[in-house]
Design a protein around this ligand. Structure first.
Ligand code: P5A
Length: 440
């Protein structure tokens, strides 16, 4: 992609309305534009990152056996009257009336709707277990939308819903999602710590939030230091191995970790100086709530002896759009964003210092063609800007590798490669550059 033809409305000035670094950098790097409080358009650079994040979430959901569907954003109020949540949800729910005066709403979550889908077609215990998920925009009329996409009113969530015949099955479904979350966040280079959490308006009595530690996090959290030393990517997963999964979940819940609503000061004190008090960004939240929706909404299947069973359910959320902000909170420096390779909007940036110079232009063309041949995306800065301006833009938008072509290198057949994280630079041949970028 040529930068001269791309849409990258970067800002030189720091936007005054943004209080935290990820919000500032998303605006400065031209990733998003605010349309109303807590409502954003995603511009090409931001949209690319959002899709990368979404794809990792999707692959790990699929791997854990969840099935992707797509439910609408607009829901009939009727379903929510059946579960009893229509009145409970209060002002956070955006209520709409259609031309026939029917009460509708913009979905803040989909427990009712997925239960309606299940009751129409799941009839026998043989139809279970199932886990259905979608990745869809939600609306919550938050009192204080803030920090950009971190606490939006319209935001992208992955929400999965499991249906099981009994509590043991539901626990296994819960454990699958628990572990798929560890894997999902680890693939993005994030350590998301599972913590016992309150269930709020979703309900149920077993729940974990996944929190990334960051100074700007909205939640106060308390964590055993030992947790921070655990390797979050180091475990094998066989999703059918019930006991094996439980063992991994037990390991990741063996250390003390709680949000302030669940914090037990006495337990914290026992930890002494092992207790870390920090702030966290909640990037995921999982719930087990048994028959809270299946019973009142009349979802039942026939058991092996003809008995009627209300499926045991859980729901599992990931804040997909929030993750983009959280990733920046965890990966930036004074010059801008530093994308982990797995979510970077392009694999690398190519800077041509002498646009119009035949040797430089030819080398850039050759390099980009070879990168593309190796399945790597490059953003090519072919603008006639100063070298300083080009480097500043590349640093700001945070692509993992910066490949700089100048007249001297073009003659010698070398390219200057800078790693955005750490800033190490080296002069390499085209072949070596491709290998480097491909190694991610
Ligand atoms: C679980 C899936 C639920 O809604 N129902 C379906 C359950 N859980 S939750 O904790 O309320 O939300 C899940 C995740 O969504 C993100 N999130 C938000 N992201 C941006 N802006 C918001 N206003 C917002 N509210 C929730 C969080 O990451 C949360 O963990």
């Amino acid at each position: 992609m040529r930068l001269s033809q791309f849409f990258l409305p970067t800002l030189k000035e720091t936007p005054t309305e943004a209080q935290i670094v990820s919000h500032r950098l998303m605006l400065r790097a031209g990733m998003i534009r605010q349309q109303a409080a807590g409502i954003y358009s995603w511009l090409p650079l931001g949209w690319r990152v959002l899709q990368k994040v979404e794809q990792i979430v999707r692959e790990e959901q699929n791997r854990a056996g969840a099935l992707e569907i797509l439910m609408p954003t607009i829901q009939p109020a009727e379903l929510w009257r059946e579960s009893g949540r229509y009145d409970d949800y209060g002002k956070e729910m955006l209520r709409i009336t259609d031309r026939h005066e029917r009460d509708m709403l913009f979905g803040p979550t989909n427990e009712e709707m997925v239960t309606d889908i299940a009751r129409a077609s799941m009839k026998s215990y043989r139809d279970l277990p199932r886990n259905l998920y979608h990745i869809q925009w939600k609306f919550r009329d938050e009192v204080r939308p803030r920090f950009g996409v971190m606490r939006g009113r319209e935001f992208l969530m992955k929400d999965a819903y499991s249906f099981d015949v009994d509590a043991a099955g539901a626990r296994h479904a819960y454990n699958k999602m628990f572990i798929s979350y560890l894997r999902t966040f680890a693939r993005m280079g994030l350590k998301a710590i599972p913590m016992r959490a309150d269930t709020g308006p979703i309900g149920g009595d077993l729940s974990h939030e996944f929190q990334i530690l960051a100074e700007t996090g909205e939640s106060a959290v308390y964590v055993d230091r030992g947790f921070l030393d655990l390797d979050f990517a180091d475990f094998k997963v066989d999703y059918d191995d019930v006991a094996g999964l439980q063992a991994v979940v037990d390991r990741f819940t063996s250390f003390y970790a709680a949000t302030d609503e669940k914090h037990d000061a006495a337990k914290g004190a026992e930890l002494g100086d092992r207790l870390v008090s920090a702030r966290g960004i909640e990037v995921g939240h999982i719930f087990y709530f048994g028959t809270k929706y299946s019973a009142p909404m009349g979802l039942s299947v026939q058991g092996p002896n003809g008995e009627k069973i209300h499926p045991e359910m859980g729901s599992y959320g990931i804040g997909v759009s929030r993750l983009v902000g959280a990733l920046i909170e965890a990966n930036h420096d004074d010059a801008g964003i530093i994308w982990p390779a797995s979510v970077a909007p392009f694999d690398c940036g190519v800077i041509n210092l002498r646009v119009g110079d035949a040797a430089c232009d030819a080398m850039a063309k050759d390099l980009i063609a070879r990168l593309e041949g190796a399945g790597l995306d490059a953003l090519y800065d072919d603008r006639s800007e100063s070298a300083g301006a080009k480097f500043a833009t590349m640093d700001l938008i945070g692509l993992p590798w910066q490949l700089t072509i100048g007249p001297r290198g073009a003659k010698a057949g070398t390219i200057e490669v800078k790693n955005r994280r750490g800033g190490a630079k080296e002069e390499l041949s085209i072949e070596a550059v491709i290998a480097k970028v491909a190694s991610r």
